[in-house]
Design a protein around this ligand. Structure first.
Ligand SMILES: C[S@@+](CC[C@H](N)C(=O)[O-])C[C@H]1O[C@@H](n2cnc3c(N)ncnc32)[C@H](O)[C@@H]1O
Length: 250
């Protein structure tokens, strides 16, 4: 097996917030750096952890890309309704760091889909409502928009929560498509549409590996994700400490 050195080894996330997506940040960064997608669309952005991971990779690797985040920023049955502040923070962060190539589409997924040509999206991330019916609908509606050789990511394929059905859809999709399954955290499914350019090194490991290389790749990303969780905790603790020190001095 060739030595694979993930570019996320040098990734210091600029935007870390509480989200179960934290387990997949290194891979999210690496897949963008590897495939250099010209068009990225995310369905379900919330506080922006996954979206800004993609954006940081675009910026740090000089990729000519346009990235769209689609969300009502009103919440759904699983996230619950949330505060307007979530959207304001995402908007401000996008403006401050990723102006010029990022667009926030505050609307329903179904209302955004007509904006994209068929077979145009090179990286699509589906992370909206997680019932079987909703993700199946999102997949069926958006798959035609994925470019040949494009990559589709599904979050929560391992989530065993009441009313979550991404697992069931993922079981079906694995029978019909080239896929790779990360099981850690709440799980991330990676699906590649046939055709398009030749496979990058990372894609060869994902889609042409054997049991041993696949297991090693999974272990590598479990390991890398732990460091991001550690950074998040460290930041929070430092903030709490600063606050306490300020209170003690005041
Ligand atoms: C699980 S959260 C996204 C998490 C995010 N990717 C992260 O990194 O933390 C799901 C989001 O999808 C949005 N959403 C769900 N269904 C939607 C729909 N049909 N149209 C627009 N937004 C939707 C919700 O408002 C919510 O913010």
């Amino acid at each position: 097996m060739p030595v694979y050195l993930p570019l996320s080894l040098d990734f210091e996330a600029r935007h870390i917030v509480l989200s179960t997506w934290i387990d997949h940040m290194p891979f999210g960064y690496d897949i963008v750096a590897a495939i250099r997608p010209r068009l990225i669309v995310e369905l379900g952005t919330y506080s922006g952890l996954s979206f800004f991971t993609f954006c940081q990779a675009v910026q740090e690797h000089g990729i000519e890309s346009t990235a769209y985040a689609v969300d009502t920023w009103e919440g759904d049955e699983h996230t619950g309704a949330y505060d307007e502040e979530i959207f304001s923070k995402v908007r401000d962060h996008a403006r401050e760091h990723y102006r010029g190539f990022t667009y926030l589409l505050r609307m329903r997924f179904d209302d955004a889909v007509a904006q994209y040509d068929d077979e145009s999206i090179e990286l699509l991330h589906i992370d909206g409502l997680h019932t079987y019916q909703a993700v199946k609908h999102d997949f069926d509606t958006w798959y035609p928009k994925l470019a040949p050789g494009g990559i589709l990511l599904f979050h929560d394929i391992e989530a065993r929560l009441p009313d979550y059905g991404v697992r069931n859809l993922w079981d079906e999709l694995q029978q019909q498509h080239d896929t790779f399954t990360f099981r850690h955290g709440y799980g991330l499914g990676v699906l590649r549409k046939p055709g398009g350019r030749s496979l990058t090194e990372l894609e060869q490991l994902l889609f042409e590996g054997n049991d041993e290389t696949s297991e090693r790749l999974r272990r590598l990303y479990v390991h890398l994700s732990k460091s991001h969780e550690a950074v998040r905790r460290d930041k929070r603790l430092r903030k709490e400490l600063e606050l306490r020190q300020a209170q003690d001095q005041g």
